[in-house]
Design a protein around this ligand. Sequence first.
Ligand SMILES: Nc1nc2c(ncn2[C@@H]2O[C@H](COP(=O)(O)OP(=O)(O)OP(=O)(O)O)[C@@H](O)[C@H]2O)c(=O)[nH]1
Ligand SMILES: [Mg+2]
Length: 304
Amino acid sequence: MTKEEKVKYRSGFIALAGRPNAGKSTLMNTLVGEDLAVVSPMPQTTRRNLRGVLSGENWQIVFLDTPGIHKGRHSVNDGMLKKSRSAISGDEGTDIVCRIVDMVRPAGAEEDLVAEMLSSVSGRVCIVFNKADVCDDAVAAKEAFYTRYPGTREAPQITISAKDPAAKQTFLDLILPMLPEGPQFFSDDDITDADMRFLASELIRKHIIDATREEVPHAACVEILRYRETETRHEIDATIHVETSGQKAIIIGKGGTGIGAIRTGAQADIQKLAGVTVRLSLFVAVTPKWRDNNRFLREMGLDK
Ligand SMILES: Nc1nc2c(ncn2[C@@H]2O[C@H](COP(=O)(O)OP(=O)(O)OP(=O)(O)O)[C@@H](O)[C@H]2O)c(=O)[nH]1
Ligand SMILES: [Mg+2]
């Protein structure tokens, strides 16, 4: 192959942005082919930006899963908004922003906030209309969206179900032609640059979210106290912070069954990801009002 014929390598950073619960994390997991990001029916599941990597023969995409765009009551909500904003604004090297739209829920104040934040994006924005499998009338949902947000009809766009593995090819058909020339940032088989400490804390949080309801998952924060790695074994001590003694009692459960199930489930998931034996110890601490404690939020990487 002569120099001229050589296919140029293309790469880009693509932020997945949108309101809470739109399916951003689900889409990233489908694209990278692993349960990397925590997914749940609860809004505001994602709290920090997480990179996922997908590589092809001559290209590499670095996805950035971001917290759902919303305004909440606590400092932690401001911190989440700041993280989405920095991903969208390009502070994290973003080339393209994918606006993930939940077609099932009509647009409201949150979607308006997404539109407002995206209006300042000078780079390219594409739209991913999601949840096609559960949307009764996708055409009507999209028409309502175009009417509310002028200019969106003309944007590059697709309609998918992020849960469906087929969404990956539909997404790549949209994105690959938009990908700029660029270097390879990660190895071909890397799926993220997040460390095991972070991924383990997220898996523990996933099991808390699955096991509890209403305010409890929002009031829970996982801190990794110790992560000791050998070639054959990872030993992890983690604290689950909650805000009240009532929440602590719910997490622990009758006779410790709640915390026991969270520990067993999370340990198995971390083990699967790490590929070695994992021993997980969990503690529960009451840290009143941590969601408004800026020092605590800074230590947890959740500050604004
Ligand atoms: N039926 C259906 N459900 C979906 C689809 N995509 C996501 N979901 C569900 O929607 C819920 C929210 O998905 P997430 O991926 O956690 O949404 P998110 O946008 O990351 O939410 P936040 O992190 O809270 O901002 C979960 O229960 C998913 O299973 C889809 O295409 N079809
Ligand atoms: Mg998410």
